[in-house]
Structures are given as structure tokens and as C-alpha cells.
Design a protein around this ligand. Sequence first.
Ligand SMILES: [Zn+2]
Length: 603
Amino acid sequence: MIALARKYRPRNFASVAVQSHVSNTLKGAIARGRVAHGYLLCGPRGVGKTTLARVLAMALNCANRSPDGEPCGVCESCQRIWSGSASLDVIEIDAASNRGVDDARELRERAMYAPSGDDRYKVYIVDEAHMLTREAWNALLKVLEEPPPRVVFVFATTEPQKIAQAAAPVLSRLQRFDFRRIGPADVRARLESVLADEHIPAEPEALAMIARAADGSMRDALSLTDQSLSLGDGPLTAERVRDALGLVAEDEYLEALAIIADRRAGDVFPMMQRLGESGIDFGLFLTGLADMLRAQLAVTLGSTSVEVSERARAILVERRDRLTAADLLRMLAAIGELEPRFRKSGQQQLLLETLMVRFALLDRSVTIEDVLRGLGDGGSGPTARSTAASPSSTSGRPAAMGTGPGPVDTPRRSAGDSAPPDRPAPPLVRDQATRSRGDASWMPPPSGSAPTASAANPAVATAPAPPRPRSVATTAVPSINVITERWDDIVASLRSSRMLLAPFLEQATPSAISAAGALTVQADDEAAADALEMSKADMLAVVKSMFPAVERVTITRPNGPTASGSPKRVTEQEIREQRITSLRKRDPVLGAAIDALDLELLD
Ligand SMILES: [Zn+2]
């Protein structure tokens, strides 16, 4: 075994590249003969604290030290210190196992002995220094208050705050250095240089995987590289790293993403079965899936800095339009929610399967085209129907995350019982509507094509079904009070077929009815009036099913009735703003996505 971590442990300050802010300071102190008696090195594990302490000890004791403070690294003294073998003058103590006062006393007594030679320094390297007891610190404090000549204490810790609690007076006598966490780019660069020295070619993806797994620790990165290399000869390939680290192939994540984008929910099961049989860690898979979704999100939003292989990036770019940023965000949020429960679960495969199926069946975020299509089709024209999602898509119609039921029955409005034929609402914006993408959306298909319901809105599923039209009914025109009493039912019924109209309907109130059966509905604002104007036919159909004597519906605007023949043409912008506002209310996740990304739900 090559033991790269050991072989490539730095032998001088210049090699401790990432922590140059520390190594340069120490080197300068040595060059100028201004070495302190105590140092505190703080930072995460594996970032070079002990290594730098040893280089400091080497430099203090090297006979061939360069004028700028670097140890030679090869003399006998340097060799002994570098390798951590017994040295009279450098004493390494692991505080985790020597934390009591006795050890500290012994330390103090030994510190009284001078270094082994006139030109030498005695260096105590105390690892895991936060493990020392208060008593031990008190003993050390006495040494540090009157330090013997040429004795240096170096304390290394991952938790300096604990030392601050236990030994604040000691802290004030130490020079403190904070080590940086080592970023993936620095780890990769270091691995590249080490492997070049070893004449071992490596795939960039392999290095990236190791850097990710090492999580800021250079020592871990080198050990993981050793581990991967020990599996065989030849270049360090991504596959070897995957095998050594028990990682899942990138292709599996790409396949998972494809299953979601293609809505192939049925393919989830064989995939999970296969992964389970290959013995993968499902927790790692969930993390990897989140990484891939995040990469797709970054690509979708136009970012070029994505931590995946070139090949995967090309695939993500190709699939950019398959999933919207909002949908990807919803999935990432769902994974975040699941994660704590997932870690503890004994049913990880099941949870993962369920999650993947939900993603595959996820209602896609609505686009402005869907919105306009839903608003403009009027629910009765044949052109409108042809632009809607094909009826066959209802069988695989997705249930939104977290909500239960699938399609529910809503009344089919037959041709005979409804709107006067002379009043089909014209499509609002034909060019938008005909540019239909044909995929599923929040929008239920037009009311003419039952069964419909978007499970994205639980209210839809629970909306009471209106009574079927009765063939024989009272022909008397109802009073406005009676209609007002039933208004909520009318709104509920319309909501199931014209979901996006619901917010406007809730703001509208029946205000009058004529003896001839003309119902006047007062809209709160212009936009609502416009929206309602376009779906008068639907509204009439529902009202008529309850009150057959109602013959027509008139919408009045806030500033009074409009001439019925010339409704003001609503602008796209107005509709869009209204829609986005109501959609935000309806779906908090989408609302958050809009806020986060400043997304406009259009084009
Ligand atoms: Zn030397």
C-alpha cells in the first residue's frame, strides 16, 4: 500500500499551500528569531494542524535551516520529527488519552529540563487540546507564565471554544491561528500533483468524487485515494473510486432523472430493486439524487459551474427544458423534508421508491400558456378542447406531492342543458392557447372533458358535486336572496372545473335578478370582471342546474355595468399578474420558487 497521506506529508512550510496564512507567519517568526512560547492551532480535522506543528519543530531544530526559516527536511533531526518517531526534543501528546492533571504535572516537570542541545528547541505538540481538564490547563498556565528558554508549546484543536471555557487565561498567552477548511478545488489540485509525482493518470471525475467525499480534509482525500488505488493497477478511474467508496454511478442518477422527466413511474421499481440488490447505501443515493437535481436546476437556470462530469453536464443541458426550475425546487424541498426521517428509517428502499414515484407523477408547474388556455377556452368551444391535454393523459394524471386523491368525478356538462349557443366565450388569446405544450399542468382540462380535477388543489377534490340538472324543476325565477344563499355551492362547483376562476368568483356577488331570469353578478374589480365575462357560459350552466329559470348572466363592473356587447379587452399583463398572485396563494412551494428566483410564470 502506498500510504500517500504519509508519503506526501509536507516537509516544509512552502508545501503547506492551503494554510499559507499560517505557514508564512510561522516561517517569518523563525527567520527573525521571534518564536512564541505557545501556539494554538484551530481548525477542522485533516487540514494540516499537526503537520504544521511538526514542520515548526523541524525548522526550530534543523541544522541546515535556510535563512528564510525553512527546514531542510532531510537531515536526521528533520527526518525523526517528520516521521513522528521518538525524539528527545519533540514530544507529541494526544490529550484525548492524557487529559488528567498528573500528565500535565509531568509535562510541566519535563518542560523544566532543557532541550538536548544548546541550539535546540523542546517542542510539545498537544493534539485534541480541548480534551485537557481545567486542572491540566492550570498546571500548563504556570509553565506558560514563566516559560523556560527554548521550550515551545503547540496546541491543536478542532474546538477552540471549549478551551476558551476551560482555560481563558491560557488562551491569552497563546498565539492563535485559524486553519481554513480545504475546498474541493484545493483538494483536487493537491491530488493532481501527488498523482503526477506517482505517475498515475487520473480521471478528473475520479478526483472530483474523492474531493467531495473528503469533505475538506486533505488527509482523508489522500487516504481515499490510497483506498481507491489499492483496488487494482492502472489509472485512477471514476469507476474504481466508486467501487472503493461505495458510490453510485452517475449514470444511475441520470437515469433516475430521466424516469422523473419522462413520467415513467413504473420504471422506478425495477431500478430501486437493482440498486438494492447491488448493495448501495440508499442514504447516499438520496444525497446523490439531490446533487443531480441541483445540477439540473443550475443548468436550467443557465449556470455553467456544475459539479458533474462533462458528459453528464451535456445530458443535463440537453434536458434543460424537461423540468422547470420550480418543479426542481419542489423536488429538492421534498428531499430536504424527507431526509431526517429517511436516515432513521428501516424502510429506505420503500421511502425512496415512493419519493421517486411522486416525482414522476408530480404535477408540473403551470405556465402562462396553460393559464391563458384555461381562462380563454370558455369551456365550450371545440377549438378549446383540442388544445387541452389529451384525455389519455388523465389516466397517468399526477397527484401533487403530499395530496391524496386522484381524479374525482365532476359533472359532465352535456350539450343540451347549458349555455345559449349564441354565447360561447371566445378564446382569450388564441395564439397563446394554440401554442399548447400538451403536457400536464395544474390546469384541469376544460370543463367539457370529464373527469377532471387537479389534485394539486385539495379543495378541488373536496368540492361538493353540484346537483345534476333536473329535467323538471320549478320554473319560477328565484329571489336574489335564494341565489345568494347557494352562491358558495355555485363557486365550489365552478372551482372544480375552472379552478383558476375561483379567486374571482369568491370576490363576486350576485346582486340582482330580473323577472325574465337575468342574473346580475357584481365583480369586485376590472380584472375579475374580465375573467368572469369570459366564463359566463360555464357560470350560467352551473346556476341553471340549480335554478333552471335563470336564463342569462350579466357581469357588472366596479364602476357600473358595461355595455354587454363590448367587453374591454383585458391585457395579457393584467391577467398574468392576477394569475401569479392567486397561484402564489395556492401553492406555497411555487410561491417560494417565484420569490427565490424572481421567476415569472411565462414563456
Ligand atoms: Zn533538517
